[in-house]
Design a protein around this ligand. Sequence first.
Ligand code: NDP
Ligand SMILES: Nc1nc2c(c(=O)[nH]1)N=C([C@H](O)[C@@H](O)CO)CN2
Length: 237
Amino acid sequence: MSASPILITGGAQRLGRHCAERLAEDGHPVIISYRRERPELEVLRSRGIVTLPADFSSEAGILDFIARLKGETSSLRAIVHNASDWAPDSQGDEAGAAFERLFRIHMQAPYIINLHCRELLEACGEPQRDIVHMTDYVVQKGSKKHAAYAATKAGLANLTLSFAAMYAPRIQVNAIAPALIMLGEGDDEAYVEKAKAKSAMGMVPGPGVIYQSLRYLLDNRYVTGITLPVDGGRHLR
Ligand SMILES: NC(=O)C1=CN([C@@H]2O[C@H](COP(=O)(O)OP(=O)(O)OC[C@H]3O[C@@H](n4cnc5c(N)ncnc54)[C@H](OP(=O)(O)O)[C@@H]3O)[C@@H](O)[C@H]2O)C=CC1
Ligand SMILES: Nc1nc2c(c(=O)[nH]1)N=C([C@H](O)[C@@H](O)CO)CN2
């Protein structure tokens, strides 16, 4: 029986792309979702990674993606809910719609996909099946500038507990809570120094530390319902 694919949502760039490429190098079939077509997707396709368009900002978009995913595969080894929008808080009339959009991406999409795709994970004939939620260190402390982002990631963190209890023992459900892993294109030197100083390790590690953490969860038969901090010791500062 051929191996079941691993799905990474939002896998066209940065952490998701890194993990997709490393998983493919490790011999796993990989499916990613993306929202915007771009040249980098051809590189992923050339490496045998299946790319499916998805926009999780509406329930219809979530359900449309699930239908196409089920047309692509009859089983899944794992689902990594990585898609995310680090949007700063909107002010005024925009605030409600912006909050709702982050709720859909960070909470409703993982929730509906986990419910509708349980059957794909159950159909996997391999010894282990996993769901991994990408949350964030700020779940623990909130954020003055990204309150809606932090709150919806906190909701995703709580869904980890519920789905771990619901799906045990056949499916393990865990979260990874990064802090600063990769910089954004517009980050200037002052921002970098300030951001690095927030953790005890004082560094910007890059996406390899996330793949190491994902690998740990995918390879460990006895871990479920946990959140793995990958934050350089933010709590120590
Ligand atoms: N980078 C970091 O330092 C940190 C990251 N994290 C978390 O780790 C994960 C990966 O981070 P990172 O790689 O920086 O993520 P990105 O900000 O690069 O976002 C990942 C992908 O999410 C997709 N996405 C955004 N909105 C939607 C939507 N409405 N529907 C479908 N897909 C959407 C984007 O797709 P497209 O590009 O195709 O539009 C994007 O490629 C995220 O969950 C993030 O919150 C947490 C803390 C720190
Ligand atoms: N979807 C995203 N979420 C987050 C990002 C990002 O680039 N995309 N970046 C961060 C920052 O690195 C933050 O951790 C710095 O303190 C948080 N979430």
